[in-house]
Design a protein around this ligand. Structure first.
Ligand code: FE
Ligand code: FE
Ligand code: MG
Length: 164
């Protein structure tokens, strides 16, 4: 932790650390939901869908990485137990019990919409108080918006295909 680096944060650092850890919990659950979803997915365009899910899994893991770095920089501790993810999560975990593409995609779209809300709120909160966190949050938010769009586009394509 850098003393001056922590000092310049214009909000309650402990509160900020809690919010960052909550987002961190979301990212791990999102990572696993995508990762395991890519393995079990069935139905039309399964190869394309699995590829996209794998890509998103890797990006969620990268988000977890970015959040950890910032948490440590601010003198906090990233959640140490997977059981903490369930306790701290904003967006939860959707179990891919039904492996059909559209069901799986809808579950992940729901997760992305929640993530967009979480990072949008974090962006508003840090905009004038913590430029470093704000910058990171914008980067993650940009990815989440892209994730939602990617998944919606696949759902649209599957629906178009069915109409032909
Ligand atoms: Fe993410
Ligand atoms: Fe995402
Ligand atoms: Mg993508």
């Amino acid at each position: 932790m850098g003393t001056k680096g922590r000092e310049i944060v214009g909000m309650d650092v402990e509160k900020l650390l809690e919010l960052l850890n909550k987002a961190f919990a979301d990212e791990w659950l999102a990572y696993y939901q995508y990762w395991v979803g890519a393995k079990v997915v069935q139905g039309p365009m399964r190869g394309v869908v699995a590829g996209e899910l794998e890509e998103h899994a890797a990006e969620e893991l990268e988000h977890a990485e970015m959040l950890t770095e910032r948490i440590l920089q601010l003198g906090g501790t990233p959640l140490l137990r997977p059981t903490d993810w369930y306790e701290m999560t904003n967006c939860g975990y959707e179990t891919p019990e039904d492996s059909y593409v559209e069901t799986l995609l809808e579950q992940n779209i729901k997760g992305e919409r929640c993530a967009i809300e979480v990072y949008h709120k974090l962006a508003q909160l840090t905009k004038d108080t913590d430029p470093i966190t704000y910058n990171m949050v914008l980067e993650i938010l940009t990815d989440e918006v892209e994730h939602e769009e990617d998944l919606q586009a696949i759902v649209e394509d599957i629906q178009l295909m069915k109409k032909r």
